[in-house]
Write a protein that binds this ligand. Structure first.
Ligand SMILES: [Zn+2]
Length: 375
Protein backbone atom coordinates (compact mmCIF):
# COMPACT_ATOMS: atom_id res chain seq x y z
CA UNK A 1 0.00 0.00 0.00
CA UNK A 2 1.18 3.43 -0.84
CA UNK A 3 -0.30 6.77 0.14
CA UNK A 4 -0.17 10.00 -1.82
CA UNK A 5 -1.32 13.43 -0.81
CA UNK A 6 -1.86 16.26 -3.28
CA UNK A 7 -3.10 19.75 -2.70
CA UNK A 8 -6.15 20.88 -4.64
CA UNK A 9 -5.84 24.23 -6.35
CA UNK A 10 -7.76 27.02 -4.69
CA UNK A 11 -11.02 27.52 -6.51
CA UNK A 12 -14.56 28.64 -5.89
CA UNK A 13 -15.64 25.10 -6.60
CA UNK A 14 -13.81 23.88 -3.51
CA UNK A 15 -16.71 25.22 -1.48
CA UNK A 16 -18.78 22.36 -2.79
CA UNK A 17 -16.37 19.78 -1.38
CA UNK A 18 -16.33 21.61 1.94
CA UNK A 19 -20.11 21.37 2.03
CA UNK A 20 -19.86 17.64 1.46
CA UNK A 21 -17.42 17.41 4.38
CA UNK A 22 -19.82 19.37 6.56
CA UNK A 23 -22.73 17.19 5.53
CA UNK A 24 -20.62 14.11 6.34
CA UNK A 25 -20.01 15.57 9.78
CA UNK A 26 -23.73 15.99 10.28
CA UNK A 27 -24.34 12.36 9.30
CA UNK A 28 -21.51 11.23 11.54
CA UNK A 29 -22.95 13.05 14.53
CA UNK A 30 -26.42 11.70 13.81
CA UNK A 31 -25.03 8.15 13.77
CA UNK A 32 -23.16 8.68 17.02
CA UNK A 33 -26.36 9.92 18.63
CA UNK A 34 -28.22 6.84 17.41
CA UNK A 35 -25.50 4.52 18.71
CA UNK A 36 -25.62 6.16 22.10
CA UNK A 37 -29.42 6.14 22.34
CA UNK A 38 -29.63 2.53 21.20
CA UNK A 39 -27.08 1.48 23.78
CA UNK A 40 -28.91 3.32 26.55
CA UNK A 41 -32.17 1.58 25.65
CA UNK A 42 -31.06 -1.96 24.83
CA UNK A 43 -27.52 -2.19 26.20
CA UNK A 44 -26.47 -3.51 22.82
CA UNK A 45 -24.33 -2.55 19.85
CA UNK A 46 -26.45 -1.11 17.04
CA UNK A 47 -26.31 -3.33 13.96
CA UNK A 48 -24.52 -1.29 11.35
CA UNK A 49 -26.36 -2.77 8.35
CA UNK A 50 -29.63 -1.61 9.83
CA UNK A 51 -28.12 1.76 10.53
CA UNK A 52 -26.99 2.05 6.94
CA UNK A 53 -30.52 1.32 5.70
CA UNK A 54 -31.94 3.84 8.13
CA UNK A 55 -29.55 6.58 7.01
CA UNK A 56 -30.27 5.78 3.35
CA UNK A 57 -33.96 6.38 4.02
CA UNK A 58 -33.28 9.67 5.77
CA UNK A 59 -31.00 10.79 2.97
CA UNK A 60 -33.83 10.56 0.46
CA UNK A 61 -35.74 13.19 2.35
CA UNK A 62 -32.86 15.49 3.19
CA UNK A 63 -31.27 17.54 0.42
CA UNK A 64 -28.24 18.47 2.50
CA UNK A 65 -27.46 14.85 3.27
CA UNK A 66 -27.99 13.91 -0.34
CA UNK A 67 -24.70 15.64 -1.10
CA UNK A 68 -23.02 12.69 0.56
CA UNK A 69 -22.89 9.54 -1.55
CA UNK A 70 -23.88 6.16 -0.17
CA UNK A 71 -20.28 4.94 -0.23
CA UNK A 72 -19.19 7.79 1.95
CA UNK A 73 -21.99 6.99 4.40
CA UNK A 74 -20.85 3.40 4.43
CA UNK A 75 -17.34 4.52 5.23
CA UNK A 76 -18.53 6.78 8.05
CA UNK A 77 -20.54 3.99 9.65
CA UNK A 78 -17.73 1.48 9.29
CA UNK A 79 -15.37 3.92 10.95
CA UNK A 80 -17.71 4.41 13.88
CA UNK A 81 -18.11 0.66 14.20
CA UNK A 82 -14.33 0.22 14.23
CA UNK A 83 -13.96 2.88 16.89
CA UNK A 84 -16.59 1.14 19.02
CA UNK A 85 -14.93 -2.24 18.57
CA UNK A 86 -11.66 -0.71 19.69
CA UNK A 87 -13.41 0.80 22.67
CA UNK A 88 -15.12 -2.46 23.69
CA UNK A 89 -11.89 -4.42 23.44
CA UNK A 90 -9.54 -1.94 25.05
CA UNK A 91 -11.57 0.32 27.32
CA UNK A 92 -9.60 -0.95 30.30
CA UNK A 93 -6.48 0.48 28.72
CA UNK A 94 -8.08 3.89 28.53
CA UNK A 95 -9.53 3.87 25.01
CA UNK A 96 -12.52 6.21 24.84
CA UNK A 97 -15.67 5.62 22.77
CA UNK A 98 -16.09 7.80 19.67
CA UNK A 99 -17.83 11.07 20.43
CA UNK A 100 -19.50 13.97 18.67
CA UNK A 101 -17.34 16.17 16.49
CA UNK A 102 -17.71 19.83 15.74
CA UNK A 103 -18.62 20.30 12.11
CA UNK A 104 -15.79 22.79 11.72
CA UNK A 105 -13.29 20.27 13.02
CA UNK A 106 -14.54 17.39 10.92
CA UNK A 107 -11.84 16.88 8.34
CA UNK A 108 -12.64 14.52 5.51
CA UNK A 109 -14.76 12.13 3.54
CA UNK A 110 -13.63 9.00 1.75
CA UNK A 111 -14.66 7.58 -1.62
CA UNK A 112 -13.94 3.97 -2.51
CA UNK A 113 -14.34 2.75 -6.08
CA UNK A 114 -16.72 5.32 -7.44
CA UNK A 115 -17.27 9.04 -7.30
CA UNK A 116 -13.99 10.18 -8.79
CA UNK A 117 -12.13 9.92 -12.06
CA UNK A 118 -8.63 10.93 -13.08
CA UNK A 119 -8.75 12.74 -16.39
CA UNK A 120 -5.05 12.74 -17.07
CA UNK A 121 -2.55 15.44 -16.18
CA UNK A 122 -3.50 17.17 -12.99
CA UNK A 123 -7.24 17.07 -13.55
CA UNK A 124 -9.65 15.02 -11.54
CA UNK A 125 -13.40 14.71 -11.39
CA UNK A 126 -14.78 14.39 -7.88
CA UNK A 127 -18.52 13.78 -7.48
CA UNK A 128 -19.15 15.02 -10.97
CA UNK A 129 -17.11 18.23 -10.77
CA UNK A 130 -13.75 19.07 -12.21
CA UNK A 131 -10.83 19.98 -9.97
CA UNK A 132 -7.13 20.51 -10.46
CA UNK A 133 -4.43 19.43 -8.06
CA UNK A 134 -0.71 20.02 -7.63
CA UNK A 135 0.58 16.78 -9.07
CA UNK A 136 3.98 16.45 -7.47
CA UNK A 137 4.56 12.87 -8.58
CA UNK A 138 3.13 9.98 -10.58
CA UNK A 139 0.64 7.67 -8.96
CA UNK A 140 1.68 4.04 -8.98
CA UNK A 141 -0.63 1.08 -8.50
CA UNK A 142 -4.39 0.67 -8.51
CA UNK A 143 -6.29 3.24 -6.48
CA UNK A 144 -8.24 1.79 -3.56
CA UNK A 145 -9.59 4.88 -1.83
CA UNK A 146 -9.63 8.60 -2.34
CA UNK A 147 -10.09 10.89 0.63
CA UNK A 148 -10.83 14.59 0.40
CA UNK A 149 -9.31 16.34 3.39
CA UNK A 150 -9.34 19.84 4.70
CA UNK A 151 -6.90 21.32 7.15
CA UNK A 152 -7.40 24.06 9.71
CA UNK A 153 -6.62 26.68 7.12
CA UNK A 154 -9.48 25.51 4.95
CA UNK A 155 -7.14 24.18 2.26
CA UNK A 156 -8.21 20.99 0.53
CA UNK A 157 -6.11 17.94 -0.24
CA UNK A 158 -6.76 14.63 -1.88
CA UNK A 159 -5.22 11.60 -0.27
CA UNK A 160 -4.98 8.48 -2.40
CA UNK A 161 -4.24 4.98 -1.20
CA UNK A 162 -3.06 2.52 -3.84
CA UNK A 163 -2.24 -1.17 -3.71
CA UNK A 164 1.30 -0.51 -4.92
CA UNK A 165 3.90 -2.38 -2.89
CA UNK A 166 7.38 -1.05 -2.92
CA UNK A 167 10.23 -3.46 -3.14
CA UNK A 168 11.63 -3.66 0.34
CA UNK A 169 14.44 -1.18 -0.04
CA UNK A 170 16.08 -1.92 3.29
CA UNK A 171 19.74 -2.76 2.99
CA UNK A 172 20.95 -5.16 5.63
CA UNK A 173 23.82 -3.65 7.54
CA UNK A 174 23.91 -6.07 10.48
CA UNK A 175 24.13 -3.12 12.86
CA UNK A 176 22.29 -2.63 16.12
CA UNK A 177 22.11 0.74 17.85
CA UNK A 178 20.85 2.15 21.14
CA UNK A 179 19.44 5.68 21.37
CA UNK A 180 18.84 8.15 24.15
CA UNK A 181 16.54 11.17 23.81
CA UNK A 182 17.67 14.47 25.25
CA UNK A 183 16.74 18.11 25.52
CA UNK A 184 19.60 19.79 23.69
CA UNK A 185 20.79 16.82 21.73
CA UNK A 186 17.72 15.26 20.22
CA UNK A 187 19.27 11.81 20.02
CA UNK A 188 22.52 10.31 21.19
CA UNK A 189 23.60 7.11 19.47
CA UNK A 190 25.67 4.54 21.36
CA UNK A 191 28.58 4.98 18.95
CA UNK A 192 28.88 8.60 20.06
CA UNK A 193 26.99 10.24 17.19
CA UNK A 194 24.93 13.20 18.35
CA UNK A 195 21.86 14.34 16.46
CA UNK A 196 21.10 17.93 17.39
CA UNK A 197 17.59 19.34 17.53
CA UNK A 198 17.24 21.59 14.51
CA UNK A 199 17.12 25.31 15.14
CA UNK A 200 13.59 25.67 13.82
CA UNK A 201 12.29 23.77 16.85
CA UNK A 202 13.05 26.82 18.95
CA UNK A 203 12.12 29.33 16.31
CA UNK A 204 8.72 27.84 15.70
CA UNK A 205 8.08 27.65 19.43
CA UNK A 206 8.62 31.39 19.64
CA UNK A 207 6.42 32.02 16.65
CA UNK A 208 3.65 29.94 18.19
CA UNK A 209 4.00 31.83 21.45
CA UNK A 210 3.71 35.13 19.63
CA UNK A 211 0.69 34.04 17.59
CA UNK A 212 -1.02 32.69 20.69
CA UNK A 213 -0.47 35.91 22.61
CA UNK A 214 -1.74 37.91 19.70
CA UNK A 215 -4.92 35.85 19.64
CA UNK A 216 -5.51 36.17 23.35
CA UNK A 217 -5.50 39.97 23.05
CA UNK A 218 -8.36 40.06 20.58
CA UNK A 219 -11.99 40.18 21.47
CA UNK A 220 -13.40 36.73 20.95
CA UNK A 221 -15.26 36.14 17.67
CA UNK A 222 -14.37 39.60 16.40
CA UNK A 223 -13.02 40.05 12.90
CA UNK A 224 -9.50 40.51 14.21
CA UNK A 225 -9.86 37.48 16.42
CA UNK A 226 -10.58 35.32 13.37
CA UNK A 227 -7.61 36.83 11.58
CA UNK A 228 -5.34 36.06 14.51
CA UNK A 229 -6.74 32.57 14.76
CA UNK A 230 -6.04 31.98 11.11
CA UNK A 231 -2.48 33.22 11.59
CA UNK A 232 -2.02 30.87 14.54
CA UNK A 233 -3.32 27.93 12.52
CA UNK A 234 -0.93 28.78 9.72
CA UNK A 235 2.09 28.83 12.04
CA UNK A 236 0.92 25.59 13.58
CA UNK A 237 0.50 23.93 10.21
CA UNK A 238 3.90 25.08 9.01
CA UNK A 239 5.56 23.86 12.20
CA UNK A 240 3.95 20.46 11.99
CA UNK A 241 4.94 20.06 8.36
CA UNK A 242 8.54 21.11 8.93
CA UNK A 243 8.88 18.81 11.87
CA UNK A 244 7.32 15.87 10.06
CA UNK A 245 9.68 16.45 7.18
CA UNK A 246 12.73 16.48 9.45
CA UNK A 247 11.54 13.42 11.36
CA UNK A 248 10.94 11.56 8.11
CA UNK A 249 14.43 12.27 6.83
CA UNK A 250 16.01 11.31 10.15
CA UNK A 251 13.99 8.08 10.30
CA UNK A 252 15.07 7.24 6.78
CA UNK A 253 18.68 7.93 7.61
CA UNK A 254 18.73 5.84 10.78
CA UNK A 255 16.97 2.88 9.21
CA UNK A 256 19.51 2.93 6.40
CA UNK A 257 22.34 2.73 8.90
CA UNK A 258 20.95 0.24 11.40
CA UNK A 259 18.88 -2.95 11.35
CA UNK A 260 17.74 -2.91 14.95
CA UNK A 261 17.04 0.36 16.73
CA UNK A 262 16.61 0.26 20.48
CA UNK A 263 14.91 2.95 22.55
CA UNK A 264 13.64 3.37 26.05
CA UNK A 265 9.88 3.19 26.43
CA UNK A 266 8.83 6.80 26.73
CA UNK A 267 7.44 7.74 30.06
CA UNK A 268 6.25 11.22 29.22
CA UNK A 269 4.90 11.98 32.67
CA UNK A 270 8.23 11.14 34.25
CA UNK A 271 10.13 13.12 31.65
CA UNK A 272 7.98 16.13 32.36
CA UNK A 273 8.77 15.81 36.06
CA UNK A 274 12.43 15.41 35.34
CA UNK A 275 12.84 18.19 32.82
CA UNK A 276 10.32 20.45 34.44
CA UNK A 277 8.59 21.87 31.41
CA UNK A 278 6.33 20.99 28.59
CA UNK A 279 8.15 18.42 26.57
CA UNK A 280 5.25 17.65 24.31
CA UNK A 281 6.64 20.11 21.80
CA UNK A 282 9.75 18.00 21.44
CA UNK A 283 7.47 15.40 19.96
CA UNK A 284 9.51 12.28 20.70
CA UNK A 285 6.38 10.21 20.35
CA UNK A 286 5.65 11.64 16.91
CA UNK A 287 9.17 10.80 15.83
CA UNK A 288 8.90 7.23 17.08
CA UNK A 289 5.60 6.74 15.26
CA UNK A 290 7.20 7.85 12.01
CA UNK A 291 10.28 5.74 12.66
CA UNK A 292 8.16 2.64 13.28
CA UNK A 293 6.37 3.06 9.95
CA UNK A 294 9.58 3.61 8.00
CA UNK A 295 11.28 0.70 9.74
CA UNK A 296 8.48 -1.73 9.03
CA UNK A 297 8.59 -0.79 5.36
CA UNK A 298 12.27 -1.66 5.22
CA UNK A 299 12.00 -4.76 7.36
CA UNK A 300 13.92 -3.21 10.24
CA UNK A 301 13.14 -3.47 13.93
CA UNK A 302 12.35 -0.76 16.46
CA UNK A 303 12.58 -2.25 19.91
CA UNK A 304 11.81 -0.75 23.32
CA UNK A 305 13.29 -1.61 26.67
CA UNK A 306 11.43 -1.34 29.94
CA UNK A 307 11.04 2.19 31.25
CA UNK A 308 12.00 1.07 34.73
CA UNK A 309 15.51 0.22 33.66
CA UNK A 310 17.69 3.06 35.02
CA UNK A 311 19.72 3.51 31.87
CA UNK A 312 21.34 6.78 32.87
CA UNK A 313 22.19 5.80 36.45
CA UNK A 314 24.15 2.66 35.69
CA UNK A 315 27.79 2.61 34.63
CA UNK A 316 28.16 0.97 31.27
CA UNK A 317 31.62 -0.32 32.13
CA UNK A 318 31.25 -1.77 35.60
CA UNK A 319 27.50 -1.73 36.29
CA UNK A 320 27.83 0.54 39.33
CA UNK A 321 24.55 2.32 40.10
CA UNK A 322 24.78 5.98 41.03
CA UNK A 323 21.56 7.10 42.72
CA UNK A 324 22.84 10.63 43.21
CA UNK A 325 23.16 11.43 39.51
CA UNK A 326 21.36 14.66 38.77
CA UNK A 327 20.03 16.14 35.58
CA UNK A 328 22.66 18.87 35.54
CA UNK A 329 25.45 16.29 35.59
CA UNK A 330 26.25 16.11 31.92
CA UNK A 331 29.06 13.62 32.47
CA UNK A 332 28.99 10.25 34.02
CA UNK A 333 31.98 10.10 36.34
CA UNK A 334 31.98 6.63 37.75
CA UNK A 335 32.96 6.60 41.44
CA UNK A 336 33.74 2.90 41.13
CA UNK A 337 35.82 2.36 37.98
CA UNK A 338 36.76 6.05 37.50
CA UNK A 339 35.71 6.09 33.85
CA UNK A 340 34.33 9.40 32.62
CA UNK A 341 31.88 9.41 29.73
CA UNK A 342 29.20 11.69 28.37
CA UNK A 343 25.99 11.03 30.26
CA UNK A 344 23.63 10.44 27.32
CA UNK A 345 26.21 8.27 25.62
CA UNK A 346 26.44 6.08 28.71
CA UNK A 347 22.64 5.77 28.68
CA UNK A 348 22.51 4.96 24.96
CA UNK A 349 25.09 2.21 25.43
CA UNK A 350 23.13 0.72 28.31
CA UNK A 351 19.93 0.86 26.27
CA UNK A 352 21.63 -0.97 23.43
CA UNK A 353 23.03 -3.67 25.68
CA UNK A 354 19.77 -4.32 27.52
CA UNK A 355 17.74 -4.16 24.33
CA UNK A 356 19.95 -6.58 22.46
CA UNK A 357 19.84 -9.06 25.30
CA UNK A 358 16.07 -8.87 25.80
CA UNK A 359 15.56 -9.22 22.06
CA UNK A 360 17.77 -12.34 22.07
CA UNK A 361 18.46 -11.50 18.51
CA UNK A 362 18.95 -15.06 17.34
CA UNK A 363 15.36 -16.15 18.01
CA UNK A 364 13.39 -13.07 17.10
CA UNK A 365 10.33 -14.25 15.21
CA UNK A 366 10.63 -11.56 12.62
CA UNK A 367 12.13 -11.80 9.16
CA UNK A 368 14.91 -9.49 10.25
CA UNK A 369 15.96 -11.98 12.89
CA UNK A 370 16.59 -14.59 10.27
CA UNK A 371 18.57 -12.18 8.14
CA UNK A 372 20.66 -11.08 11.07
CA UNK A 373 21.39 -14.64 12.11
CA UNK A 374 22.70 -15.34 8.63
CA UNK A 375 24.74 -12.17 8.47
ZN1 LIG B 1 32.00 2.24 36.44
Amino acid sequence: MKTYKFKLYESRKNRYLKRVINASASIYNHCIALFKRYYRMFKKHLNHFRLMKHIAKLRNRNNYWKLVGSQVVQDIIQRIKKAYDLFFNHHKRGVRPPGFKKVKKYKSFTLKQAGYKFLGGNRIKIIGRLFKFAKSREIQGKIKTLTVKRNYLGELFIQIVTDYTEESCGVVTGKIAGFDFGLKTFLTVDDGTEIQSPLFFNQSRNKLKYANRNLSRKEKNSRNWYKAKYALNRVDEATTNKRKDWFGKLANDLTNKYDVLIFETLNLAAMKRLWGRKISDLAFRTFLNILEVVASKKGKIVHYIDKFFPSSRICFHCGYKNQELELKDRFWDCPNCKKSIQRDLNAARNIKRVGASTLRLEDVRLPMGAILARA
